[in-house]
Design a protein around this ligand. Structure first.
Ligand code: NAP
Length: 454
């Protein structure tokens, strides 16, 4: 049984039966059958027009869809609506740019013609997380379908309503009935889908253990995979930083989606010259955030998506405190039902503590003081992860060093890491491999076929 539970109230909203083995077989076959005609270059305009319609549907229904996200995983409503708008912009981007991205790449040789032609590969499985239940799916599916692949979605088990709604929206946009299908299956069934001959690739956005498992099976089956995993992103503030802007951005970068974002800034590394000033202003801004009902427009901090996420975060913070970390401030949260966790600021964190070395998936900021840029870079890189990074400095030499020496898939200078359909997105180290979005992301599940003509 797959349950949709409102994390702000604990109320069960809806339950679903998991897909039977026969149901799964039908969907896999339908995906492979649809690919036979869907793949053709002649279908390109039809595919791109459907993507344009999907963008319109998303925008027309952004309030209703945003509300669904809020009810099912607790995202504050304003951010949930923004997620729908961003998903629509991803559809627009590929509807507009797919033809250019998929253009043959001519290469001069002794042949009459030689070039790379980008061809779809078939049904691709997407194993997706709950934290951006529309955006994560659309950022995979829009380029995949534009290119002529078909898509199978195994969504996180706490967002089945979003998963079913996505399937409905793709159909309503006039994609062929089985071009995008949701599989309501438990994660224990993912292996057999990857192993199925009809499935040609797999992308997973989620935790490190899930990534390791999927990569192992994809490797055994020799199928392409993309992994977008966790992060413990550094956010560095040097002495020349515009401190007011840095604080404002730091608060947003840590608390967006109630801190449950892979690219949230999680470790704030502050130069000694501005450390106390930053800590004061940051703590003050954290305490000013409004926690409560995520369906209210002015809510900044909602509940965490599940009780187990709250319990894990509680354990990480308690262990960090018992190992010597200092609790600087802790906000307030509503009493009673719901997976509430207060916005929290920690300092004096020993290197062995969870707040220094693990991903903290919630509104908890770890703040570190450093003497100089060498120490800042060393600390920033002292993690298994390498997803995003941000560095605030007006000094051009420092900027160059951060760009070249931070081990991450993204470095934002005087800003925060955020995904954008026009820019590639992905990590290094245990944050995964491969890229999503932009042309690079679209090509992840394509055959770069070499053609020579004489
Ligand atoms: P999760 O537990 O790994 O779940 C993600 C998806 O993987 C779900 O659909 C889940 O299904 C499935 N899954 C879990 N274990 C699996 C296994 N052994 N084999 C196959 N599939 C498996 O992660 P989460 O808690 O939902 O999401 C939070 C994590 O995602 C964080 O680490 C976050 O940083 C990361 N994330 C990364 C990005 C990025 O772009 N890099 C973006 C967003 C989130 P069930 O729900 O049925 O277990």
């Amino acid at each position: 049984m797959i349950k949709s539970i409102n994390p702000a109230t604990g109320e069960t909203l809806k339950t679903y039966e998991a897909l039977s083995p026969e149901g799964l077989e039908d969907k896999l076959q339908a995906s492979a059958d649809t690919f036979r005609t869907f793949r053709s270059r002649g279908m390109m305009d039809t595919r791109l027009q459907a993507l344009e319609r999907l963008a319109i549907l998303l925008r027309d229904r952004k309030e209703e869809l945003g509300r669904l996200i809020t009810d099912e995983m607790g995202k504050p409503i304003k951010q949930a609506i923004a997620e729908i708008e961003k998903s629509a912009s991803c559809c627009d981007y590929y509807a507009k740019n797919a033809k250019t991205i998929l253009k043959n790449e001519e290469i001069q040789t002794e042949h009459d013609a030689s070039y790379v032609r980008w061809l779809p590969i078939g049904p691709v499985l997407a194993v997706m997380p709950w934290n951006f239940p529309f955006w994560q799916v659309i950022r995979f599916a829009a380029p995949a379908l534009a290119a002529g692949n078909t898509a199978l979605l195994k969504h996180a088990s706490n967002v089945p309503q979003c998963a079913m709604k996505l399937e409905e929206l793709f159909r309503e946009a006039d994609f062929p009935r089985h071009a995008f299908q949701t599989l309501l299956i438990p994660s224990s069934d993912v292996a057999k889908v990857i192993e199925d001959d009809r499935v040609k690739g797999v992308t997973l956005t989620g935790s490190e253990p899930a990534g390791r498992s999927v990569a192992e099976i994809a490797g055994k089956m020799i199928k392409p995979s993309v992994l977008e995993l966790g992060g413990a992103d550094p956010f560095i503030i040097m002495r020349s930083a515009d401190l007011k802007a840095a604080v404002e951005t730091a608060v947003k970068a840590r608390t967006m989606n109630t801190g449950q974002s892979c690219i949230a800034a999680k470790r704030f590394i502050v130069h000694k010259a501005v450390y106390l000033d930053f800590l004061d202003k940051f703590s003050e801004a954290i305490m000013a955030l409004k926690a409560g009902n995520p369906a209210e427009e002015d809510t900044d901090i909602g509940p965490l998506a599940t009780a187990s996420i709250r319990d894990e975060l509680t354990e990480q913070v308690e262990t960090s405190l018992s190992e010597g970390a200092t609790l600087v401030v802790r906000g307030s949260v509503p009493e009673g039902e719901g997976n509430w966790y207060p916005a929290t600021v920690l300092t004096d964190i020993p290197a062995s503590a969870p707040a220094a070395k693990e991903e903290m998936f919630g509104p908890v900021a770890s703040i570190f003081r450093v003497e100089n840029i060498d120490e800042a870079i060393e600390l920033a890189n002292a993690t298994r992860f390498g997803l995003g990074s941000a560095a605030w400095t007006q000094d051009e030499d420092e900027q160059k060093r951060f760009i070249d020496e931070l081990d991450a898939g993204f470095t934002a200078i005087n800003g925060m890491t955020s995904s954008d359909p026009r820019l590639p997105f992905g990590g290094v180290k245990a944050s995964g491999y491969g890229r999503e979005l932009s042309g690079l992301g679209m090509r992840a599940f394509l055959n770069a076929k070499t053609v020579t003509v004489d």
